[in-house]
Every structure is written in structure tokens, then in C-alpha cells.
Design a protein around this ligand. Structure first.
Ligand code: GLU
Length: 470
């Protein structure tokens, strides 16, 4: 089998949304699973709607998801001369023709056909007139008068459309610009694309594009059309269902590998397995397991996956990502005060409980602020920092001050001894300590927490609450 080449061909009219990212991922996995290449083409021919910002946003998102192109990125607009060259070849070969019918004339033809109960289309007036180029003329393809175009869609199965149903579509507009279908075919051919996976909003273009391949005598790639993604209400996924832009998920604290894993499972399955490394995705992916019905976006599942990835992530890497979140939240200047060594040490305690990096940043806050700035939950203070418990904490602080080593083990044995000596229950001391040093009633294990905070921060916090009971 010759080399497999797939591509993702977004139009830069907006950010990369979840649906587009999933199409890109499937195309990437199709290529990689078969040892092939994955290419990226920016379809920037719609000059009014395409923007450089959108192109950049798409490139950023592809980079974030690590869906790099195995070749130079192709910009469709830059290939207009090549598109026109192909159109000229088609005209020279008698596969396409110039047409001078005005828009009004074509509208009238369509209207007439509709009135006769036929498919509204161009009636072929100029088809055999052998017109040459001229002001206001378009170039149309000579769609065969009979026969059909059939292809086996990799996702939907066999599809056939009678040629009769298809118009002599325009290949070059009267302003000289090549049309979308023509450009896609020429680019896919020139890029050596063997498999096209795309959204099923393009399924009607495919037979039309196949006509162009046939007219040029080119090999036709395999096509697959992926169903769309729906919101939980089973309506087309839209902004009201949450974020649509892939990069918003970065801002919300998702890890790219969690998003990739989630998107891969959205419309594709491999037994009951939910968690896939990139390597496993590449090994297991097959178009045969792509579903043919729309998938429903489930943010809870994405959160669950993200939590799994956060749990397993390397704390050094997470520290960098949590710092990014802190920078977005409090600005560069304030973030510069964060003691990254403390953050790095705190993360393994927090990883098992966080669903997002934003939650992780929030949960790490009490580790990172100085005692004087720690925020206390009022209810927790009222409930657990009574004058009785505060005096207990004063005695406890004295014990901590005297420890020869501020390790988890020493903290644990000293604390045990402290409560035994006083005939207390662990709970009677644990919650006051927790509230005093973290400001809240839930936190990672006490001794680990104190160890990460270090002796002076722990003591400063125990001292700070001395005034609370007054
Ligand atoms: N540029 C098209 C889009 O963004 C995709 C074309 C294709 O994949 O063939 O919808």
C-alpha cells in the first residue's frame, strides 16, 4: 500500500472549536495508525471572513493539542495560480466550459425547473458553445449527463448520487477566483492526500469533488464524514453548552492530553477502555470504530478524565502550568512572589483531589500566602477556634518549636504524644490545627501539610490565631 496521507483543512474564520479539533485528531490518528503523514492546510480563500488572528488561533490550538503537521503548512490562498492552471486544463480537455449566462438567467432556469417539478439547476445553455474567456464569464464543469458518482464513505458506508442530480458547478467565478470545491480537490491531490476525514456538513460536496478528480483523471481519495457533536440537549453544540474554543479549555484548566483523550472517545471507541495514552490512541485507532451517529458532549466526563490526568501528571510540569493559571489570575507581578518550591512540594498532596488546574491553583493558595494574608473561613473559625482550642494550640506550638526535625514522622509522633499526655481525641486537636494553618476544614493530611508549609509558616499561623478568641 502506498503511503497514507491525511489532512486537516480548517477555514480561519474563527477559533478552533471542539468539533474541528476532533476532526483534526481523527485525521491525525488515521494517518499515524497506518504509519502515514498528517498535513495541515489553512483554507483562507474566503478573504472577507478569514483573518490572520484566526489562523494564529488555529495554529496555537493545534500546537497545544500536539497535532503537528508532517510537512509545511499549506495556505490555500497562495495556490490560486495553480487552481487556475487546473481549470484551464479542464477547459482545454473539454471537461469544463466558459459560460456567460447572467445570474438572472441562471435564477430563471432554476425557477423554471422548480416549477416543472425538476431539480433546480443550470440548464447547460453554454455547455457546447465553446466560448473562450471573457468579461463576466464563469467556468463550469461538464457534469456527465448520466451515470452516477458512488463512493464508500469510511464512516457512513456506501453513498451514490446520480449525475442528473448535480449541477454543472462553477469552478471559476466571474471575478477569476477559483471556487471552494475546485481548490479543495487540487490541493488534496497536490498534497498527495489519500484519505479525507471531515465533518459530515461536507458530505454533499464529496460527489461534486469526485467529478473534478474524474475529469482530471486523478486518483480519488477515500472519504469519511464524521457526524457532528451535540450538546446535552441533543441540539447542535453551541456556545450555550459551554466553551466551544479549544483554547478556552486551556484557560479553564484542562490538560491537553485530557482534551485529546476526551475528543478521541467522542464518536470513537475501543472496547470499554476510557483512558488512552497518545501511543495507545495511535495503536488502537481504526476508522472502523468511528460511530455514525452524533455524539453528545459531556463536560462531566471531560472533567473526570482531566482529574485522572492531573493525578498522574509530573508535579514539575504541573507546577509550571499552575503558575500560568496564577499569572492569569493575579498578574505577573504578584505571581512573581509565589514560592515555586513550596508549590512544587504541595502539588502531590493536592493532585488526587483536583479536577482542573484552576482548582489546583485555588487549592494551593493557602500554601503560598504568608501567614498574615491567609484567609479564614468564618464558619470554620467559629466552630473550631474556641478559646479552649486556641490555648491548646499555644501549647502545641511550643512542642513544634522544640522539635529537632520538622519531618512528617516527627510531627506525627510528637502530636500523638501531645494528645495522649492530655487524654484528648485526635479530632479534638486536628480540626483546630487544620483551620489554623489552612483557613479551612478540608485539606490534605495534616502532617504532610505542615511539613510542606515548613516550621516557620506553621508556627506563624498557629500564632496568628491566638488573637482570634479575643
Ligand atoms: N475548510 C473546510 C471547513 O473548515 C473543510 C474542508 C475539508 O475538510 O474538505 O469546514
Amino acid at each position: 500500500m502506498s503511503e497514507i496521507v491525511t489532512r486537516f483543512a480548517p477555514s480561519p474564520t474563527g477559533y478552533l472549536h471542539i468539533g474541528g479539533a476532533r476532526t483534526a485528531l481523527f485525521s491525525y490518528l488515521l494517518a499515524k495508525s497506518l504509519g502515514g503523514r498528517f498535513l495541515l492546510r489553512i483554507e483562507d480563500t474566503d478573504l472577507e471572513r478569514s483573518t490572520p488572528e484566526a489562523t494564529q488561533a488555529i495554529l496555537d490550538a493545534m500546537q497545544w493539542l500536539e497535532l503537528g503537521s508532517d510537512g509545511e503548512i499549506v495556505y490555500q490562498q497562495a495556490r490560486a495560480a495553480r487552481h487556475n492552471e487546473v481549470i484551464d486544463q479542464l477547459v482545454a480537455a473539454g471537461q469544463a466550459y466558459y459560460c456567460e449566462c447572467s445570474k438572472e438567467q441562471v435564477d430563471a432556469m432554476r425557477e423554471k425547473a422548480r416549477a416543472e417539478g425538476k431539480k433546480p439547476k443550470y440548464d447547460g445553455t453554454c455547455r457546447e458553445r465553446n466560448l473562450g474567456p471573457g468579461e463576466g464569464r464563469v467556468v463550469r464543469i461538464k457534469t456527465p449527463l448520466d451515470g452516477s458518482v458512488a463512493f464508500k464513505d469510511m464512516v457512513k458506508g456506501p453513498i451514490a448520487v446520480a449525475c442528473e442530480e448535480m449541477d454543472d458547478m462553477i469552478l471559476r467565478r466571474s471575478d477569476g477566483s477559483p471556487t471552494y470545491n475546485l481548490a479543495v480537490v487540487v490541493d488534496d491531490h497536490d498534497m498527495g492526500v489519500t484519505h479525507v476525514l471531515r465533518g459530515d456538513d461536507h458530505v454533499n460536496n464529496t460527489p461534486r469533488q469526485i467529478l473534478i478528480y474524474r475529469a482530471m483523471g486523478w486518483d480519488v481519495p477515500q472519504f469519511g464524514h464524521v457526524p457532528m457533536i451535540l450538546g446535552p440537549d441533543k441540539k447542535k453544540l453551541s456556545k450555550r453548552h459551554g466553551a466551544l474554543s479549544v483554547m478556552e479549555y486551556e484557560k479553564m484548566g484542562y490538560l491537553p492530553e485530557a482534551v485529546v483523550n476526551y475528543l478521541a472517545r467522542l464518536g470513537w471507541s475501543h472496547g470499554d477502555q476510557e483512558i488512552f495514552s497518545r501511543k495507545e490512541l495511535v495503536e488502537c485507532f481504526s476508522v472502523d470504530n468511528l460511530g455514525n451517529s452524533p455524539s453528545v458532549f459531556d463536560v462531566q466526563k471531560l472533567e473526570w478524565l482531566n482529574a485522572q490526568y492531573i493525578m498522574q501528571a509530573d508535579p514539575d510540569r504541573l507546577a509550571g502550568l499552575v503558575m500560568d493559571v496564577i499569572r492569569w489570575e493575579v498578574g505577573e507581578e504578584e505571581a512573581a512572589n509565589v514560592d515555586q518550591a513550596v508549590l512544587r512540594k504541595a502539588l502531590p498532596l493536592l493532585q488526587p483531589r483536583a479536577k482542573t488546574l484552576v482548582e489546583l491553583a485555588e487549592a494551593s493558595r493557602f500554601f503560598l500566602v504568608d501567614a498574615g494574608f491567609l484567609q479564614y473561613d468564618e464558619n470554620a473559625v467559629q466552630k473550631f477556634l474556641t478559646s479552649e482550642s486556641i490555648s491548646l494550640l499555644t501549647e502545641y506550638a511550643a512542642i513544634l518549636r522544640g522539635l529537632d526535625e520538622f519531618s512528617e514522622e516527627k510531627l506525627e509522633s510528637a502530636t500523638k504524644k501531645f494528645i495522649e499526655d492530655r487524654g484528648l481525641k485526635f479530632k479534638a486537636l486536628a480540626q483546630p490545627i487544620r483551620v489554623a494553618i489552612t483557613g479551612r476544614t478540608a485539606s490534605p493530611g495534616l502532617f504532610e501539610t505542615m511539613h510542606v508549609l515548613g516550621r516557620s509558616q506553621t508556627l506563624a499561623r498557629l500564632e496568628r490565631v491566638q488573637d482570634f478568641g479575643l
